[in-house]
Structure formats: structure tokens, C-alpha cells
Design a protein around this ligand. Structure first.
Ligand SMILES: [Zn+2]
Length: 329
């Protein structure tokens, strides 16, 4: 059962929503815009649950009938619009599940709330159908659009919705959450936090993933021994990353974090704040060997490699260019 006070970060959005509830100025349509794992669903569900709670407070009470139903996903007036087609949300989905249904008064609650997840998948026709409802909604209707990209909406939709953009959550909050709630050891929490870039869902996923720990060990082993390895050995090692069911991008990100640590240590001589602080001996050694310029070139080459792979440039060629830069420095 979600409560606003348990949500990490997003203070501005929560403040806005609770204020609207308090002033009884609920809009008919909201857009929650944020990347996958950022917390859109949690915010939208908590908001919906609060609006329907029998206690009518600014947070769900957690114990009334409506809250209990919402907790099990069975609140009849909180409707999750289903995607019947995996790739897109078609006009029929919106017409049948929303435009028609919203005309029927709420079953047992003050509002009738529709959640559309991955709303960027709505076709233009679906958006136009939705627009008609948003233009003249029944007084009790509230539509929550969850999306990773609000720019995919028609300007006419955007102008009628309150857009709430999710911002990255503070590292300190994420680290504390991983350590206290998930019981993740501090060095691992540090890495997952750095890797998640303010995305709680991603941090959680990484912290609980068996593969991520292995992937990290693999990356650390590689950067430690890279200087004694031949190019083909390194390329082979990186190719093995697929064994961890990992994205090569994640792997390259780990390498970026490593060299950022080396750069940071070279500049500050501080162990605090390093992602790989438990590898301080190797970090310190590399910091004394590689110039500032060299480190910047390496980090740049890693970013370039990610772009090349995304553009489907040949794997061997991309790795060769990358590793030559790293070895030269
Ligand atoms: Zn309640």
C-alpha cells in the first residue's frame, strides 16, 4: 500500500498533488512524465487512492474499504486502461475502455479515475478520441497519463493536461533506501546509486540483480588487468558480457564510472565519494599513471563507443577503436 510519505523524492509533485486535493482543485487530466523506473506509477496510484479514500485526507488512510480495494487492484473506480495490442494503444482501446465507460457514474467513490500506462503508445486517432473526452469530461472524471515521453502527445492534449515531470531523486536518499530497506551493503549501494542516476526503480533493480554484481566484478577485473592484455583478449572479454544477460551499454557505463573515479581521485585524493572505493589501490595506481587529458579521452571514447554500438557499427571495430584509446593512455 503506497503512502506519499514513503515515496522517495518527488517532493514538488507530491506537494502539488496534495495541495490540489486540499483546495479541492483536481484537474481532469494529468501527465506523469518520467523515465522507466522513475516512480510514475507509484505517484499516480497513490494520488488515485487518495482521491478515492473514504477519509478524504491528503494521503490514503490505508484502512477504509476503498483503500483496501485499491491495495489489491480491485477498486472499481480506478480503471487501468489495457493495451490489447503490444505495440500501440489504438482508438478502439480508448473508445471502449475510456470514452464510453467514463459516461457511467462512479460505482462507489467520488471520482472515476483512468490510468493509461505507456500513454506515448497512443496512436494519433486514439489521442483524438481521448481529446474529445478531455475537452468535456464529466465532473467526476480524472485521467492520468503515464509516459516516458510527453512530447509524443498532440499539443491539444498537452494544453489540457497538468504535466508533472519527474526529476532525478537525490543520490543520498537512494543510497539510504538501498541500505536500510533492502539491506544492501554500503559499497554495493554506492555503485547501484551511481549507476541509477536518480532513478529509484533502476537502483532497486540493480541492487536486487544477481547479474549486476557479477557484471561489476567482471568490469573491475578487466580494468585492473587491461594493460597486460592483448587487444583480442580484451575484445573477447567484453563479448562475454552477453553471458551475464547484460546490455553492453551497462558494461560501458561501468567502465565510465571507473575512469571517473580515477579522475576524481587524481584531482581530490579523496576516497569518499568514489563509486569503487573498495578498489582504492588500483584507482590510486591508475590515477598516478594516466594524465588528466588521457582520462578525459578514455571517458569520451567510452561514450563514443556507446553511440557507435547504438548506430549498429560493427562490434569488433567499435571495441578496437575504444581499446586503442584506453591502451594509448
Ligand atoms: Zn482510505
Amino acid at each position: 500500500m503506497p503512502y506519499f510519505k514513503d515515496i522517495l523524492g518527488h517532493e514538488e509533485i507530491i506537494g502539488h498533488l496534495q495541495n490540489a486535493i486540499q483546495l479541492n482543485k483536481i484537474s481532469h487530466a494529468y501527465i506523469f512524465d518520467g523515465e522507466e523506473g522513475a516512480g510514475k506509477k507509484l505517484l499516480a496510484q497513490t494520488f488515485a487512492q487518495t482521491l478515492q479514500c473514504e477519509k478524504q485526507g491528503t494521503s490514503p488512510c490505508g484502512s477504509c474499504r476503498s483503500c483496501k480495494q485499491a491495495g489489491t487492484g480491485n477498486q472499481p473506480d480506478i480503471i487501468h486502461v489495457e493495451h490489447r495490442n503490444a505495440g500501440s494503444i489504438g482508438v478502439e482501446d480508448i473508445r471502449e475502455q475510456l470514452c464510453g465507460d467514463i459516461q457511467i457514474r462512479p460505482y462507489s467513490s467520488p471520482y472515476k479515475i483512468y490510468l493509461i500506462d505507456e500513454a506515448e503508445k497512443m496512436t494519433i486517432q486514439a489521442q483524438n478520441a481521448l481529446l474529445k473526452t478531455i475537452e468535456e469530461p464529466p465532473s467526476y472524471g480524472v485521467i492520468l497519463l503515464l509516459t516516458t515521453n510527453s512530447e509524443s502527445f498532440l499539443p491539444t492534449i498537452l494544453s489540457r493536461c497538468v504535466t508533472l515531470k519527474l526529476r532525478p531523486v537525490k543520490d543520498s536518499l537512494i543510497r539510504q533506501y538501498l541500505m536500510e530497506q533492502l539491506r544492501i551493503p554500503d559499497y554495493q549501494a554506492e555503485l547501484c546509486t551511481a549507476f541509477a542516476r536518480g532513478n529509484v526503480g533502476r537502483a532497486r533493480m540493480l541492487a536486487l540483480s544477481e547479474h549486476f554484481g557479477e557484471l561489476k566484478d567482471h568490469a573491475v577485473h578487466l580494468v585492473r588487468h587491461m594493460n597486460d592484455m592483448e587487444l583480442w583478449e580484451i575484445t573477447e572479454a567484453i563479448r562475454k558480457v552477453a553471458d551475464y544477460k547484460a546490455d553492453i551499454n551497462d558494461y560501458l557505463d561501468l567502465l565510465v564510472l571507473w575512469y571517473r573515479d580515477v579522475l576524481l581521485f587524481k584531482a581530490t585524493r579523496q576516497v569518499d565519494g568514489l563509486v569503487f572505493s573498495e578498489e582504492i589501490n588500483h584507482i590510486s595506481f591508475q590515477a598516478s599513471r594516466i594524465s588528466y587529458e588521457g582520462l578525459e579521452q578514455i571517458i569520451e571514447a567510452l561514450e563514443k563507443a556507446k553511440v557507435r554500438l547504438k548506430a549498429n557499427v560493427n562490434f569488433e571495430l567499435t571495441m578496437e577503436l575504444l581499446l586503442l584509446t584506453i591502451k594509448e593512455n
